[in-house]
Design a protein around this ligand. Structure first.
Ligand code: TXA
Ligand code: MG
Length: 555
């Protein structure tokens, strides 16, 4: 299908041409075609809302779940009695104040509205968009226009005609370019069929403004959290993962200085960052999309979807996003970011402390970890986590299988011994395997840590620094020890000869390596285990104390 492009960005120019374009778009719509239209919030994918067949095509073009109803776009409140019934006077009060504008009202559905538009519900969503071009097109079409956001289902909404073209070219009859959307997030959805009225989706009209006019509003659960599959939000669309770029997103909440620092600690070279303008300079090593100044919510709303979309053409493995607080438009912007993250949220203000321990064999890492346990800490054995995901994660198995073709048995299970042989004493092969492992291990570890309670945690990882796991740590600690002491310790511990002990130590990285790369060092030159234990206890007590203070007061 060829998609027609109507340029209506400048409505002060050639009047004849403008009228022709509006007439053509209106006619296409009236006759059952799909035309993307500009609104002040986001671009909509329009069809004649009274024509069930046309509306069905919207669902096909977007790949939208059938149970997700559409908003009917009207030219004003005078159309309400045609498509709604039992209209409360409050609807007119709201329309008088906020229409045309980013407010969608849920009302009882009238008989003219087909099941396709409302997904079979007894209610219908209505709004009057504030865009002169689209109002003219609806008037021309003479019918209410059903229009969801013009993105492919699940992707960020479109705030420019170019973004619509990316998602919809070849699938719909036309795209009307009315310039970039000035609001940038979708309309606020308010359910007026219950008492008190209920906010189903935060959007371009802040709830505070609604409450000022009509009093208290209830907030639907779906606004602040992800619904479980059994739960039914009142706006069916709120239950789906949404607005998502291809790379996984983590939203970091809390005061901006704190969230920026938290992101800084976690972001690696392959990370993308969405941040307020003031913090962009902190992320010179990352791909950055700015949201606008910290205090400028209008700009944040305008930019949020473009920022999310931009990452789909950038090589990023993961995305961290700063999050505005929930006042004013911040509720809508934060909600879009959190939905993009599948509600994967990290509290920058939390008092979780993560230590990463590394160092060569015989230096005293196990004793140090034991001391941390004694201080109430939890130890995460990264090798154990590796083995768990190796057994469970099909994507990681696939990645390994394509690089090491022989290591899967005919029944599809992984032959770990064979994999071990493949990389044993072959540096390049081992590095290749490690790169695959780290790609899955680091995010998994991050997820596990995020799911834990506040408190003290220690990562036990030989490859802490090479894997990138050090990035999730508040501090990395090198456990070092003079070679002669290490030789004696592992001879006694593992019952091996001096020659073999020296060979094992020689095969590992030297202390200087760990010393140079870690944040701090705990040197074990104690003669007895008890002595080292006491020293480690003092060391970690002090370290934890100073991290706590730093988290509370900032650095
Ligand atoms: O700003 C906007 O509202 C944009 C522009 C194009 O107008 N439109 C938009 O549509 O965001 P869409 O389809 O992406 O989101 C509509 C939301 C969905 O979450 C849907 O479940 C909800 O409105 N909705 C529609 N009809 C409903 C109803 N009768 N009851 C409850 N929720 C409804
Ligand atoms: Mg949408």
């Amino acid at each position: 299908m060829h998609t027609l492009y109507f340029d209506l960005r400048d409505t002060k120019g050639q009047q004849k041409e403008i009228e022709d374009n509006i007439a053509s778009a209106g006619k296409l719509l009236r006759e059952g075609g799909l035309v993307a239209i500009p609104t002040e919030t986001v671009y909509g994918l329009g069809a004649n809302g009274l024509d069930g067949g046309a509306v069905r095509r919207i669902f096909e073009a977007k790949g939208r779940p059938q149970d997700n109803p559409l908003i009917l776009h009207l030219t004003g409140a005078q159309w309400l009695p045609r498509y709604c019934r039992e209209i409360p006077s409050m609807a007119y009060v709201l329309a008088r104040k906020f229409w045309p504008g980013p407010l969608t009202m849920i009302l009882k559905r009238g008989e003219l509205v087909p099941d396709e538009t409302t997904a079979g519900l007894d209610t219908v969503a209505v709004r009057c968009p504030n865009h002169p071009v689209t109002l003219a097109i609806i008037r021309e079409a003479g019918v209410p226009i059903a229009a969801p956001s013009a993105n492919v289902s699940g992707r960020p909404s479109c705030t420019t005609a170019q973004a619509v073209m990316e998602d919809m070219e070849g699938k719909i009859e036309g795209v009307v370019d009315g310039g970039p959307c000035v609001v940038g997030v979708e309309s606020t959805i308010l359910d007026l069929t219950c008492r008190p009225p209920r906010l189903l989706r935060p959007g371009g009209l802040p709830v505070e403004e609604l409450e000022r006019l009509i009093g208290p509003i209830a907030v639907d659960k779906a606004v602040n959290g992800q619904m479980s599959p059994e739960e039914q939000p009142r706006a069916p669309g709120m239950k789906y993962r949404h607005y998502a770029p291809k790379a996984p997103v983590t939203v970091v909440t809390g005061a901006p200085e704190k969230s920026a620092r938290e992101i800084k600690r976690r972001a690696g070279p392959g990370s993308g960052v969405i941040c307020f303008d003031e913090y962009a300079g902190m992320f010179s090593g990352q791909q950055v999309q700015t949201l606008g100044p910290e205090a400028d919510q209008m700009t944040q709303a305008q930019r949020v979807f473009e920022a999310l979309r931009a990452f789909d053409s950038l090589p990023v493995m993961e995305i961290y996003a700063q999050c505005p607080d929930s006042r004013g438009l911040g509720l809508a912007v934060g909600n879009r970011l959190k939905k993009a993250a599948g509600f994967h949220i990290l509290e920058a203000d939390s008092s979780k402390i993560i230590l990463g321990l590394t160092g060569g064999t015989g230096a005293g890492k196990s004793t140090a970890l034991d001391v941390i346990r004694g201080l109430g800490g939890t130890v995460l054995d990264c090798d154990q986590v590796y083995r768990e995901i190796l057994a469970e994660n099909e994507e990681m198995q696939k990645a390994i299988g394509s690089s090491f073709p022989g290591v899967f048995r005919p029944d599809g299970t992984l032959d770990r011994q064979k994999l071990g042989q493949e990389v044993f004493m072959k540096k390049e092969r081992l590095e290749k395997l490690n790169l695959i492992v780290y790609r899955f291990l680091v995010p998994e570890l991050g997820r596990r840590l995020d799911a834990t309670e506040d408190g003290l945690y220690a990562l036990d990882a030989i490859n802490l620094l090479e894997s990138g796991m050090d990035q999730v740590c508040d501090r990395t600690i090198a456990i070092t020890s003079p070679t002669e002491l290490r030789v004696r310790r592992i001879m006694a511990r593992d019952q091996i000869t001096e020659q073999y002990a020296r060979m094992r130590i020689g095969a590992q990285k030297p202390d200087e390596y760990y010393r140079g790369k870690c944040d701090c060092e705990l040197n074990n030159d104690a003669d007895t285990a008890e002595e080292f234990r006491a020293a480690a206890n003092r060391f970690f007590t002090r370290l934890v104390q100073s991290i706590k203070e730093e988290k509370e007061h900032g650095v």
